[in-house]
Design a protein around this ligand. Structure first.
Ligand SMILES: Cc1ncc(COP(=O)(O)O)c(C=O)c1O
Length: 350
């Protein structure tokens, strides 16, 4: 996995590598724009309210007061104990004005509003065979998200693009990502459309929804919208193949408009034109009944690419195996990532 963070006060690009399975891998690249801090927070309170920890002499005397270099040294020691579990490979920081690959140096200022107010935006793109996949589309979306979140960009688009490519290059990361999983219906409320259509760092509902899935031995939890129609997963879109061989996808007016889902739609249209595996494509409201009765269900996103869902709650989907349309779309996306047009593949000079 790979990640980038920007703000007028700081920016960062982080690249991570996570072993998932034996499929050709795509490493998502994360971009984020935290909002610059307006003020400083220096109050330390106990959870009991009025009693502050810093006022308590007996506790404070046990806590060492560290110099910056001592703190960095401790960070390095701590990070060394994570050896082999390191998910972030490189990070660009506008605070230090460069790229770092030592995880101890991958830090975000505490007084940045992204840290304690969740005012920031981010994005995730994949890396395949030394190419950033759909970089321009992800840049378009993060710029749109930043505008919606009223975050002014620290750099112009071309500079951000350049920083990303250089950060990927520094990470030496060439490939990365993810297959039939179970999903559950999320009991965590879905974000209202104004926030769900923007990729901000307010992913607490998404994180809780993902944890709910894991607690139920599932891969993801699926949100329904306020009218009860199928929406999306915590970090992926969903699609279905009906018995009539139609690809059904919830429209993007209340959910995140997925770069991968849109690319899948383009590829699926070509398949439908051939009339072999698919007869047509429908973007609109999808009911839970339609979804659960589908022949195939799939999760779609930069991280999962196209991943078959074989069970939703207690309902086995289709014959409980990865279906032919899901398989074909996954292979087509991998092919597109490896040898698609230059509009979706940005080479990284290592
Ligand atoms: C809520 C949500 N929906 C859908 C997606 C899929 O978007 P993309 O294909 O651009 O990764 C994501 C990606 O992280 C997401 O966070």
């Amino acid at each position: 996995m790979a990640a980038l963070t920007f703000s007028p006060s700081q920016s960062a690009a982080k690249l991570t590598d996570r072993a998932l399975d034996s499929r050709p891998r795509a490493i998502p690249l994360k971009l984020s724009f935290p909002r610059a801090a307006r003020g400083r927070t220096a109050i330390v309170r106990s959870s009991h309210g009025s009693q502050t920890l810093v006022d308590d002499c007996s506790q404070a005397s046990d806590v060492p007061l560290l110099t910056c270099s001592e703190a960095v040294e401790r960070l390095q020691v701590k990070r060394r104990s994570w050896a082999g579990k390191q998910r972030y490979l490189a990070m660009y920081s506008s605070v230090v004005g460069g790229i770092v690959t030592d995880p101890a140096a991958m830090v975000i200022p505490l007084d940045d509003h992204m840290v304690h107010r969740g005012h920031g935006v981010f994005d995730t793109a994949a890396i395949m065979d030394g190419h950033l996949y759909e970089l321009n589309q992800h840049l378009d979306r993060i710029i749109r998200s930043a505008f919606m979140a009223k975050i002014s960009l620290p750099f112009d688009r071309e500079s951000i693009r350049g920083i990303l490519i250089q950060t990927v290059s520094a990470s030496q990361c060439r490939k990365g990502s993810l297959r039939g999983v179970k999903v559950v219906t999320s009991s965590v409320p879905i974000k209202p459309p104004q926030f769900a259509t923007m990729k901000s760092v307010n992913y607490l509902p998404n994180a809780l929804s993902k944890m709910e899935a894991e607690e139920n031995s599932a891969y993801a939890a699926i949100w329904l919208d306020n009218e009860g129609f199928i929406a999306e997963g915590p970090n992926m879109n969903v699609a279905f193949v009906t018995k009539e061989k139609e690809l059904l996808m919830p429209h993007f007016d209340k959910i995140l408009s997925g770069c991968t889902a849109k690319r899948v739609l383009t590829i699926a249209e070509a398949l439908a034109d051939e009339g072999k595996l698919l007869q047509g494509i429908k973007l609109g409201n999808v009911t839970v009944e339609e979804g659960k009765a589908a022949e195939e269900m799939m999760l779609i996103g930069s991280g999962v690419l196209v991943r078959s869902v074989v069970q939703w709650d207690e309902q086995v989907i289709g014959d409980g195996k990865e279906g032919p349309v899901t398989q074909t779309l996954l292979n087509a996306i991998i092919e597109d990532m490896k040898s698609g047009p230059s509009t979706v593949r940005t080479p990284v000079p290592y």
